[in-house]
Design a binder for this molecule. Structure first.
Ligand code: NAG
Ligand code: NAG
Ligand code: NAG
Ligand code: NAG
Ligand code: NAG
Ligand code: NAG
Ligand code: NAG
Length: 225
């Protein structure tokens, strides 16, 4: 008989969670406090009392662009929302509505927030009657200056010479490296004798028309390199 061991590699451990603050609507027992889902221990759970709209809330000390989160929680109906603490009632986006049928089963839920939005508060709200039992919370974020981020983790920054979703494309040789856009590959500045949005065209001076008393007109012939 073979035994398979599955190892889940989590992307954002608690130690690297930015400064944060957790609270919940109520605490069932003294030992079921709000810190337990972020304690790196999957089997310790925050448990609220039974009720409607029982919630767990985490607030960060900075704005994060949340792409999603991995939750381990017990059965119930939930809404997962991201908000701005400055204006909690108006600035809210529901990332997911979750329906988990069996009260005593702990489920692993991979929640995506689409589009990823900047915010500093996450609310997990049980929308039907019962207690909210949240055992693990793992965050997937993108740093705020990022335009794109990788699927799993934080910000993707390309070096000056590459662009594309995984920085897999080379910026054109005609591009001044620092001016290569890491998303589109477009260059704001081309080297001399290059042209095109991505400076992908090499230009050779072909003809020079000299118009007397007016000016020189240089005609360039550009081709793909
Ligand atoms: C937030 O908290 C983290 C960890 O304590 C700290 O490194 C970071 O500088 C803080 N950020 C702000 C904006 O206060
Ligand atoms: C929880 O969700 C319910 C239903 O969406 C909503 O009416 C209630 O205001 C929410 N509670 C909190 C504290 O956000
Ligand atoms: C923690 O919560 C308090 C009160 O809700 C708030 O004033 C404080 O800024 C929060 N701290 C962080 C790091 O979010
Ligand atoms: C939070 O505020 C920022 C800036 O005002 C806004 O872009 C963002 O969409 C807000 N987040 C949510 C969840 O509403
Ligand atoms: C969670 O969802 C994201 C986006 O759909 C996916 O890339 C990631 O692999 C999932 N993580 C787990 C642990 O299932
Ligand atoms: C829980 O969610 C399911 C699926 O969306 C829905 O059919 C059911 O009525 C919900 N239960 C309660 C009590 O809100
Ligand atoms: C980028 O440049 C490197 C080195 O010049 C080359 O090995 C690689 O194939 C190029 N990649 C693409 C996508 O053109």
């Amino acid at each position: 008989m073979m035994h398979f061991i599955f190892i889940l590699l989590f992307v954002f451990t608690v130690l690297s969670l930015p400064g944060h603050n957790v609270s919940q609507s109520s605490v069932d027992r003294a030992l079921d406090g709000p810190e337990l889902p972020v304690d790196d221990e999957v089997n310790t759970c925050a448990v609220t009392q039974k009720g409607v709209n029982e919630y767990w809330r985490i607030q960060f000390n900075q704005t994060l662009t949340v792409k999603g989160m991995l939750l381990r929680l017990k059965g119930g109906n939930y809404s997962v929302e991201v908000r701005n603490s400055s204006n909690e009632n108006d600035d809210r986006q529901i990332c997911d509505l979750i329906y988990l049928p069996f009260e005593t089963v702990a489920y692993l839920e991979n929640v995506s927030c689409k589009p990823a939005v900047p915010m500093d508060v996450i609310m997990i709200n049980r929308t039907n009657y019962g207690s909210l039992t949240l055992c693990d919370f793992q965050l997937r974020v993108c740093d705020i200056p990022c335009e794109l981020c990788t699927l799993e983790d934080t910000c993707r920054h390309c070096d000056d010479f590459h662009y594309g979703p995984n920085c897999e494309n080379n910026c054109s040789t005609g591009c001044v490296p620092e001016s290569c856009d890491e998303v589109t590959g477009e260059c704001s500045t081309c080297l001399v004798a290059y042209s095109g949005k991505q400076c992908q065209l090499k230009c050779k001076q072909k003809f020079t028309l000299i118009l007397e008393h007016i000016s020189h007109i240089f005609l360039y012939f550009c081709f793909r390199v």
